[in-house]
Design a protein around this ligand. Structure first.
Ligand SMILES: [Cu+2]
Length: 260
């Protein structure tokens, strides 16, 4: 009994001692990320969280994008070159699942510094639309932004936690490479020239995130055993959370449902 109590209250006690030792400045209460140990996941015990994001009920019909203000943009979506573009706010797949849902772990991971991939996450501008519509990347991971169009774009990262910026990107200009140093899920990237252009970025401090695609599924791999809060985020329908336990060597499944 006493042993259980000690175990239960030890973390709180340690935290109290830590506060006492650090003085009163609140910013000392949590370590800066650079002071955290590097994450060390044992691949032998790591598991995978998989799931599907379902959409219940009738799929809303998204409006066609009116590009008439810019003939160069509109031309890209006229047959035989292309098809008319629709807003991508709500995209329900033919199998009744929801596309463009950002799924990530929000609680339960060890306090650690996760190394971002050096491979950039790529956001393209093509046919005066952002591609993909929702993109996940890690803090510190390069974001490479391309302009495949013959028109000028003005990329506007409307971040609130990270620094916001907007920059012109003419046709055939150098690719832009940006990074975000703070977690922020999600914020819009718009274009100051074309008001219909909108992408969403989810910046995660760890690698356990995914965006649902044409099958509505997500997979988070290499997750250390533990109890987690898993969160799904959709630009229109908002957030949903679920508790998930990953046991050593095992996979966990968690589905989400929107709509209805
Ligand atoms: Cu644009």
């Amino acid at each position: 009994m006493w042993e259980n109590l000690t175990l239960r209250y030890l973390p709180a006690l340690s935290a109290a001692l830590l506060f006492a030792g650090c003085g009163s400045a609140p910013q000392n209460a949590s370590k800066p990320e650079s002071a955290l140990p590097l994450a060390n996941v044992d691949p032998a015990t790591a598991g995978t969280i998989t799931g599907t994001v379902f959409f219940d009920g009738a799929a809303p019909v998204m409006p066609l994008v009116d590009m008439s203000s810019n003939p160069n943009c509109e031309r890209e979506h006229r047959p035989p070159k292309g098809t008319p573009a629709r807003a991508e706010t709500v995209v329900v797949n033919p199998n009744g699942t929801l596309k463009y849902v950002f799924v990530w772990i929000t609680k339960g991971l060890p306090e650690a510094r996760w190394t971002p991939p050096s491979k950039p996450a790529v956001l393209d501008q093509t046919g005066c639309m952002y591609e993909p519509h929702v993109l996940g990347l890690m803090t510190g991971q390069p974001l490479e932004i391309l302009n495949d169009d013959s028109v000028n774009h003005d990329v506007h990262a409307e971040a609130k936690v990270n620094a916001a910026w907007n920059e012109s990107q003419p046709p055939r200009a150098e690719h832009k490479v940006k990074t975000f140093d703070k977690a922020e899920v999600m914020f819009p990237v718009t274009c100051n020239v074309h008001p219909w252009m909108r992408a969403w970025l989810g910046v995660s401090p760890h690698p356990f995130f995914a965006v649902t695609g044409n099958d509505g599924k997500f997979t988070l791999s290499g997750v250390p055993p533990g109890n987690y809060t898993l969160e799904a985020v959709h630009e229109q329908y908002g957030k949903k959370q679920a508790a998930v336990t990953v046991l050593p060597h095992a996979g966990a499944t968690m589905d989400f449902r929107y709509g209805g």
